[in-house]
Design a protein around this ligand. Sequence first.
Ligand code: V47
Length: 424
Amino acid sequence: MQAAADTPVSDPALEPIRERVLAGERLSIDDGVALYRSRDIFTIGELANIVRERRHGRAAYYNINRHINYTNYCVLRCKFCSFYRSPDGRTGLTPLSNTGGYEYSLDEIVEIAAEAYANRATEVHIVGGLHPKLPFSFYTDVCRAIKQRCPGLHVKAFTAIEIIHFTRISKPRLSIEEVLIALKEAGLDSLPGGGAEIFDDRVHAEAFKAKVGEKHWFDVHRAAHNLGIPSNATMLYGHVETPEERIRHLVKLREHQDESLARLANSACRIVKEGGSETAGDSQFAVRQSRSAAFQCCIPLSFIPEGSALEHLPGPTGLDDLRTLAISRLMLDNIPHIKAFWIMQTPKLSQVALNWGVDDFDGTVVWYDITKREGRGTNRQELTVDQIRRLILEAGCVPVERDTLYRPVRRGGEQSSTGRTIPV
Ligand code: V47
């Protein structure tokens, strides 16, 4: 879907927005709401694609990863969630889905990570419920043991909600920063974007009342960025929130990213000055060495109602998915990547979205317990590299295997960008 700058839009309300996008200007909350109100889905997609191509050309990223959801026991009972099992057996879930609490042992987690590593994975993505009994040392042990067994594997683990939980269970009680430092020292490399849902008090009270709110979520990501730990951000859409609330959520992410990027630029300058050299190569090195970080990508997550206490809701339609991914690309002018998580948007719609603002497909996943779109039975949910590349190629994009930090991974016995030699 190549956008020609002089194509007339069929919804006149989008004309000023189109001009702003072409001029590279930031969109306002009103612009975002107008995009949601418009039925002109093709123009929205076309504009998002302009922004996507400006940043990434035709590249579409994927990674070889393994998601590990280490437990579904959770002290919370969020209405949108069908994953949690209450330690006391009481849930708001439908009877069919309210079966089978589980937790993996340390050895089981390390075994899964080692198997993934042997199968060429560059990342494990580890998140779970807020377990009532596991001590904080369990989580540092997980990071340490994975790094010992799989030194080149990137550990992306624990949502902001889990990090806050760790501050509460640690003895003596640790601050957010202390928890992150302990995890980083043990081997944590980055934070995933989960747990953000919708940053709004009304929605919070209606759908995930007991969960910590936006202040804590941002406190964790701010602390992570200050410590040089990169992270992602999510938005869970299609439940009880309005389009305006979605746009405000995106703008809050954008404002936070402005702050993180400003700190990143400052700390890079400081390092260059201290090093006394300002050649282009050295300043790139300084950015890599800098102790600050920022959001790498935003993942709009399509709500799956089945089995949750909000099962009566219809969930987003395909057009709502496409529109939301495209609008996220248009509103988030300072977050490099927009990911369609194919587990939630489906592989087919994620493929279409590659021409609607999305540049990242997530990865092979293999096993995913938090949500499942179709059918019951096993939670094995895997796409092979060949399947992902085929979807990307057919969308007219160029498949690029990336590591978690979006560096291209070169295979065929060559050195990868992480320094690890990766077998073919
Ligand atoms: O935090 C829970 C959401 C998130 C449902 O950082 C649901 O790269 C839809 O954050 N329907 C976990 N969504 C997943 C997540 C994620 C996924 C892929 C990549 C990355 C990344 C992060 O899933 C939870 C919650 O917001 N969720 N229940 C549901 N019924």
